[in-house]
Design a protein around this ligand. Structure first.
Ligand SMILES: *Cc1c(COP(=O)(O)O)cnc(C)c1O
Length: 355
């Protein structure tokens, strides 16, 4: 750190991303990426867009915005595209939270919420999950703070029903509720339709997980027009060209291939069930995940031990060194072949540990 860093960042601890190894020697099950590449069509569109990279992108991203708006069933001015959904989450902290409007979120959730709060100098309160790692909905009723909830939650994968989200939104009419739907395509129901009914709801989504575009960075937010206007103010005060041409073109291709994406999501869901059953048979207990990962802990072996053993055998998973979840592994549901290797290696580890 230099002697020039502003002391306003004294308490800022940056987000630690999952490891991105430089070589291919690992089976990567640690950052919830899709095992599938973008579709052929999407790659073709990206290649075409590369020939126009001398030109700035359309700051309004009109074509992609209308295409996605149709798919989501909203008006184009109720939708805002960003550089990953991390960016729109950051905009939401920046636009709506301050000392008079603190933020609140579960104690176990996407680690970036706390980082965004600190970076935007926003006071925040973390609300504990219950003993089974569920969000206690009643704790958020009429809380009078801006609320950030991932649904399904991360890293548990547990999904709240729409009626629970609606209760939270309805009971906090003078605060913003942000529902982060990064994993909604793996068996959840989106609460985007509620944005028509409530002027305090923002739903965010991403092309990183179900749409195979983590490397391209595209996220979005849906809300009433007044809220998107505020969020756009931050976009145009930060980086009007936040989504680049190749990303926008790739996304257009992925939207045209919606059928393929749906089939891939179904395959991931099947594979999640296969993985969950195999892990249960090996003595793991799992949360009920509706995401493209499972969250599992073993009845006898610690999380750190399992993480290290898997890594030594060429499999990267994610583990959080936090109270209550330190013995859990968050394992991305990858291809079926990768999951078979995972189960094979875990079976061997169990065998070795029993000797
Ligand atoms: C992955 C993830 C995101 C953001 O991903 P982007 O790649 O920035 O779109 C947001 N929220 C949760 C809970 C995530 O897991």
């Amino acid at each position: 750190m230099s002697r020039f860093l502003s002391n306003k960042f004294d308490r800022l601890v940056p987000y630690t991303p999952g490891e991105q190894p430089k070589n291919a020697k690992y089976i990567k099950l640690n950052t919830n990426e899709s095992p599938y590449p973008p579709t052929d069509r999407a790659c073709r569109y990206a290649a075409d867009a590369a020939t126009e990279l001398n030109l700035y992108p359309d700051p309004e991203l009109s074509e992609l915005t209308s295409s996605l708006a149709v798919k989501l069933g909203v008006e184009p001015d109720e939708l805002l595209l960003t550089n990953g959904s991390d960016e729109i989450l950051d905009f939401a902290f920046g636009a709506f939270c301050d000392a008079e409007h603190p933020a609140t979120f579960p104690d176990i959730t996407y680690g970036f919420y706390e980082v965004f709060a600190e970076r935007n100098l926003v006071p925040f309160e973390k609300i504990p999950l219950d003993g089974d790692l569920n969000i206690k909905v009643d704790d958020y009723i009429g809380i009078g703070k801006n609320i950030f909830i991932a649904n399904p939650n991360a890293p548990t994968g547990i999904l709240l029903p729409i009626c629970a989200i609606e209760r939270i939104v309805r009971s906090n009419p003078n605060n913003i509720v942000v529902i982060d739907e990064a994993y909604i395509d793996f068996g959840g129901e989106s609460c985007i339709p509620l944005t028509k009914k409530y002027d305090n709801l923002i739903v965010t989504g991403t092309f990183s997980k179900s749409r195979s575009m983590a490397g391209a960075r595209l996220g979005f937010g849906v809300a009433c027009k007044q809220l998107t206007t505020d969020l756009n103010m931050l976009k145009y005060s930060t980086n009007p060209y936040n989504v680049n041409r190749m990303t926008a073109a790739t996304a257009l291709g992925m939207l045209e291939d919606e059928q393929i994406i749906r089939e891939r999501c179904n395959e991931i869901i099947d594979c999640r069930e296969y993985t969950s059953n195999a892990l249960t048979a090996l003595g793991f207990t799992l949360t009920s995940s509706r995401a493209n990962f499972v969250f599992a802990r073993h009845k006898a072996l610690g999380g750190k031990y399992l993480y290290d053993e898997l890594r030594r055998r060429g499999i990267l998973v994610r583990r959080f060194d936090l109270p209550r979840i330190e013995d859990y592994l968050r394992i991305t549901v990858g291809s079926r072949d990768d999951m078979k290797i995972l189960i094979r290696e875990l079976t061997e580890i169990m065998g070795g540990a029993n000797k």
